[in-house]
Design a protein around this ligand. Structure first.
Ligand SMILES: Cc1cc2nc3c(=O)[nH]c(=O)nc-3n(C[C@H](O)[C@H](O)[C@H](O)COP(=O)(O)O)c2cc1C
Length: 393
C-alpha cells in the first residue's frame, strides 16, 4: 500500500471519490503544498500534482509523488496529460499561485503544463480555486489587483491570502480545505443565509467581574464551519468561547444578553437562525467600579432576563428558528424539548444533556413537531446532521 493510501479518509470522507488537480507554482509557499496535499487525502480526496518548472526548484517532484501517490505532471508531452487529466478532475486548486501564474491565467497564456491545464479546465466547466502567495507589494500592484478581479468575474474562486507584515501569505490549509469542500459539496445549503449564535454570555456584576458558564462554543463553531462547507452564507455571533474561530467565518462578538438584543434586528437577514449559545437567564444589577473584597458576605440580586429566542421568533415570522436546550439528565428529555418547542413556537429543538458542555462529543435529540432523531458522535458530525435536517423544514 502506498503511504498516501494509509492516511486516506483519516479525518473525514467529505472528499471521497473527488479527484483534485493540485497545481503548484514557484512561490516559497510551495513547501506547504506537501502538507496541503496530505490534508486533502486525509479528507478522502485523490490528488494529482501538477507543477510549474519554477516550483520544482523549491519542492522536489519526488516529494509530491510521495505525498500523493501519483507522478506529478511536469510538462506538456505526447500523452496530452493536461487535456486528459484536467478536463476529468472535479476541481483545480492552484496553491500556491504566483503573481506570474495569476497574470498568465488572466490573459489566457498556456505556455506550460500547469497553465494549459487551467485553460482546459475552465473551458470544460471544472471549478478552479486560486490561493495566491507573494510579497504584499506584488499582491497590491494595480495589475495583479485587476487580474484577480477579472478572474473572480470569470468565476474563479480566490482564496484570500493572509496579510501579515510585508507578506500576502498562502491561506492556511484549514481554510483552503473548507473552500474545497464548499466548492465540491456546497449544494446542500447554497444560497441559504444561516446565523449561528453560540458561546457563553458574560454578565458583569461590577466593572471587572462577571457571571458566565462553561459553554465552549465548540458546537456553534462546528455548525458555522459545516454550514460554510455546505454552501451557506453564514455568520456567527458569539459570546465567550474557548475554541478558535476560523478567519473565513464572518463573526460578531457579544458579551451580555443585552448586547445580543442590540444587534438582534440584523437577524432578519437570515433564512435559518440556530441558537446554541448558553445565555444568562438571570442577570445581576451591575455595580459601577469594584465591589468591596473585604465583606464577610455579599448578596447579589439577579433579575430574569428576556428570552432571546422569543424575540428572534417575533422578528422572523417566516425564518426558521432552531434552539438548543440543555437538560440535567436524559429522563423525559424528548418531552421537555417538545414543550420548549411549542412554548416558543420554534421550528426545531436540539436537546442535549450537561455532559455536552465543553466536550468533543455529544448525544443529541433533534425534536420537531413530527418526529425525534437521536444521534451520538463528535460535534462536527452532529453539526452536519443537524444542518441536513434544516433542509426538511
Ligand atoms: C525562493 C523563491 C521564492 C519565490 N516566492 C514567490 C512568491 O511567494 N510569490 C511569487 O509570486 N513569486 C515568487 N517567486 C518568483 C517566481 O518564482 C517567479 O515569478 C517565477 O517566474 C514563477 O513561475 P511560475 O508562476 O511558473 O511558477 C519566488 C522565487 C524564488 C526563487
Amino acid at each position: 500500500m502506498h503511504p498516501a493510501d494509509e492516511i486516506r479518509g483519516e479525518k473525514s470522507w467529505d472528499l471521497k471519490d473527488k479527484k483534485i488537480a493540485l497545481c503548484i507554482t514557484g512561490s516559497i509557499a510551495a513547501i506547504e503544498s506537501f502538507h496541503l496535499c496530505r490534508e486533502l487525502i486525509r479528507h478522502g480526496a485523490d490528488v494529482i500534482p501538477v507543477m510549474s518548472e519554477t516550483s520544482t526548484k523549491i519542492l522536489h517532484p519526488n516529494t509530491m509523488e510521495f505525498a500523493s501517490g501519483r507522478k506529478p505532471v511536469l510538462e506538456l508531452g505526447g500523452q496530452v496529460e493536461h487535456v486528459k487529466i484536467c478536463r476529468n478532475v472535479d476541481l483545480i486548486l492552484i496553491a500556491p499561485c504566483t503573481a506570474n501564474t495569476i497574470s498568465k491565467i488572466a490573459t489566457g497564456v498556456a505556455d506550460n503544463a500547469l497553465t494549459s491545464c487551467v485553460l482546459v479546465a475552465e473551458g470544460s466547466g471544472v471549478p478552479i480555486l486560486i490561493a495566491p502567495a507573494m510579497h504584499l507589494s506584488m499582491y497590491e500592484s494595480p495589475i495583479i489587483r485587476e487580474h484577480v478581479d477579472n478572474l473572480r468575474k470569470r468565476g474563479f474562486t480566490i482564496i484570500d491570502p493572509e496579510i501579515k507584515g510585508e507578506s500576502a501569505r498562502l491561506a492556511g490549509k484549514e481554510k483552503i480545505i473548507a473552500y474545497v469542500k464548499r466548492t465540491l459539496n456546497g449544494k446542500h445549503l447554497k444560497g441559504k443565509r444561516v446565523l449561528v449564535i453560540g458561546g457563553a454570555s458574560m454578565e458583569y456584576i461590577d466593572d471587572i467581574r462577571f457571571i458566565s458558564n462553561r459553554s465552549s462554543g465548540k458546537m456553534a463553531i462546528s455548525l458555522a464551519t459545516k454550514a460554510f462547507e455546505m454552501g451557506a452564507d453564514v455568520e456567527l455571533w458569539h459570546g465567550m468561547v474557548t475554541e478558535r474561530i476560523p478567519d473565513y467565518i464572518p463573526s460578531r462578538k457579544f458579551e451580555s444578553v443585552k448586547d445580543v438584543f442590540r444587534i438582534i434586528e440584523r437577524s432578519k437577514n437570515f433564512d435559518f437562525i440556530i441558537v446554541c449559545a448558553a445565555l444568562a437567564n438571570y442577570v445581576p444589577d451591575k455595580f459601577d467600579g469594584k465591589l468591596p473584597s473585604d465583606k464577610d458576605s455579599l448578596t447579589l440580586k439577579l433579575r430574569k432576563s428576556p428570552y432571546v429566542i422569543e424575540e428572534l421568533r417575533k422578528l422572523n415570522p417566516n425564518g426558521k428558528v432552531i434552539a438548543f436546550k440543555a437538560e440535567k439528565e436524559r429522563k423525559d428529555i424528548e418531552k421537555k424539548a417538545l414543550d420548549f418547542l411549542n412554548k416558543f413556537n420554534l421550528d426545531l429543538v436540539v436537546a442535549n444533556t450537561l455532559q455536552a458542555f465543553g466536550s468533543e462529543k455529544s448525544e443529541i435529540w433533534i425534536v420537531s413537531r413530527r418526529e425525534t432523531f437521536y444521534l451520538k458522535g463528535n460535534k462536527k458530525t452532529l453539526a452536519e446532521k443537524i444542518l441536513l435536517k434544516l433542509r426538511e423544514l
